[in-house]
Design a protein around this ligand. Structure first.
Ligand SMILES: Cc1cc2nc3c(=O)[nH]c(=O)nc-3n(C[C@H](O)[C@H](O)[C@H](O)COP(=O)(O)OP(=O)(O)OC[C@H]3O[C@@H](n4cnc5c(N)ncnc54)[C@H](O)[C@@H]3O)c2cc1C
Length: 408
């Protein structure tokens, strides 16, 4: 059986940061990814743009972000406004760090003994293989390793288990953007009127779009599927189908009601519906709303965040937001990455330990990258000291993150 120092489940932005940071410390690392490219939600669910990435305040970096910055800097070298080049950047970062990657491979079972994960079973194009490791990181977004190993977790919000809505992002080309910007308020009014008349099924309150992909391209993050469980296979499948209907509902609405869209076409639809929230670890510490809004300090801070609370209504219309002022940031403690049940496992990214409200802030991509970097560095600290994830020396970890420019 193949053996690594670390297996990372999931090659999204948090898994990439975790793998690169630990491999650069000399660990042998395998990333297992069920799709054919790295990037996770940003590649497969077309999520765009980075949130809370206004990383400079008074010329100081605000969030813990050495690897995230490297991603952005390396992407700048490609003369390409689309985000496709990130897939190459991520390949390069993993290959240069000596990380092994298994694409088109899904971790589906974990073999555990006492408080340790011993190995995982992976479904590949040639059947099942097993891989052993000393340490494991769950960077699967949906907390798949959390689920397989029986760790305590919270699905969706605490009151009723509903998760933030799912959204299928899509892009339209050949849009007259200047005209669209002039017409957008009128379009918004028409959209709301049709919603009131039940002629639009999408419950989202507004047309959410982003520019920045170059001439004539508009990115839409505007479909909304509520009250579907993102980790129930049947509900997830229904959500994919309904969201795709909403894509064309919106595209047709825009073409019918705006000259800006009369020659436009849908050029891409995400191949995996975007999941904002699903399983979240109930770890040694659960990050709370108060921690985020009152900027509380922790002795074991390992990552920082500067994106505010952003809850898309899990049951219908509306979005709740709490914005941070420039220069403000909150802290994420190591204990939010640490399952109570195992001594050789951490989580990174979207499935970290936070309440529904706190999670709505820390779930964004730059912060997921920071948390991934902290997790990968923590595993390197544990491996070098030949100790457990519960017994690592936090000061050593924090000093290492500071040395790397990943913590202030
Ligand atoms: C619609 C939508 C809009 C958003 N908008 C923004 C935004 O504007 N700005 C922003 O910064 N953030 C935004 N986010 C949040 C952000 O995209 C995600 O929270 C973040 O990308 C999560 O990163 P991750 O690495 O934790 O997980 P993911 O990106 O989900 O990566 C997890 C990876 O693990 C893989 N995987 C899962 N299970 C297995 C398994 N069993 N075996 C092998 N591989 C597995 C998946 O294929 C995936 O590639 C949005 C999210 C959504 C859904």
């Amino acid at each position: 059986m193949k053996k690594y120092d670390l297996v990372v489940v999931g090659g999204g932005i948090s898994g990439i940061a975790a793998a690169v940071s630990s491999a650069r410390e000399g660990l042998s690392v395998l990333v297992v990814e069920k799709f054919g490219s790295l990037g996770g939600a940003m590649s497969n669910s077309l999520v765009y743009p980075y949130s809370g990435a206004s990383m400079y305040s008074k010329n100081k970096r605000v969030i813990a972000d050495k690897i995230f910055h490297e991603m952005v800097d390396r992407k700048e070298k490609y003369n390409d406004t689309s985000w496709e080049a990130y897939k190459l950047v991520f390949d390069d970062m993993l290959m240069e760090s000596g990380v092994d990657v298994l694409f088109h491979s899904t971790v589906f079972e974990a073999i555990t003994e006492d408080r340790k994960i011993k190995s995982v079973k992976i479904a590949t194009k040639s059947g099942v293989i097993s891989v052993e490791a000393d340490y494991f990181i769950d960077a699967s977004g949906d907390g798949e390793l959390i689920y397989m190993t029986g760790c305590d977790y919270q699905l969706g919000r605490e009151s009723d288990g509903l998760s933030q809505p799912m959204t299928t992002c899509f892009r339209m080309s050949n849009v007259d953007i200047d005209l669209f910007l002039k017409e957008k308020d009128v379009l918004q009014e028409k959209y709301e009127n049709l919603q009131k008349e039940n002629k639009i099924i999408n419950p989202r309150e507004n047309i959410l779009f982003f520019l920045g992909f170059g001439a004539g391209i508009v990115h839409f993050n505007t479909t909304r599927i509520v009250k579907h469980n993102p980790v129930d296979p049947f509900e997830l499948s229904k959500a994919e189908i309904t969201a795709r209907k909403q894509v064309y509902e919106m595209a047709d609405f825009l073409k019918e009601n705006s000259d800006a869209f009369k020659n436009s076409t849908v050029v891409s639809i995400a191949s995996h519906i975007g999941v904002r929230e699903s399983r979240k670890l109930k770890g040694v510490y659960i990050l709370t709303e108060k921690d985020v809004t009152e900027f509380l300090d922790f002795e074991d801070t390992v990552a920082l965040g500067n994106y505010g609370i952003d809850i898309h209504n899990p049951s219908g219309t509306g979005t709740i937001q709490f914005h941070l002022n420039p220069g403000e940031f909150y802290r994420i403690p190591y204990r939010c990455l640490l399952p109570k049940e195992y001594d050789n496992m951490l989580v990174a990214g979207r499935c970290l330990s936070a309440t529904h409200v706190a999670h709505s802030a820390v779930r964004v991509m730059p912060i997921c990258a920071c948390v991934g970097e902290a997790a990968g560095t923590a595993i390197a600290v544990a491996q070098k000291a030949n100790t457990t994830t519960h017994d690592i020396d936090i000061k050593t970890l924090q000093n290492k993150l500071r040395e790397d420019g990943a913590l202030i």
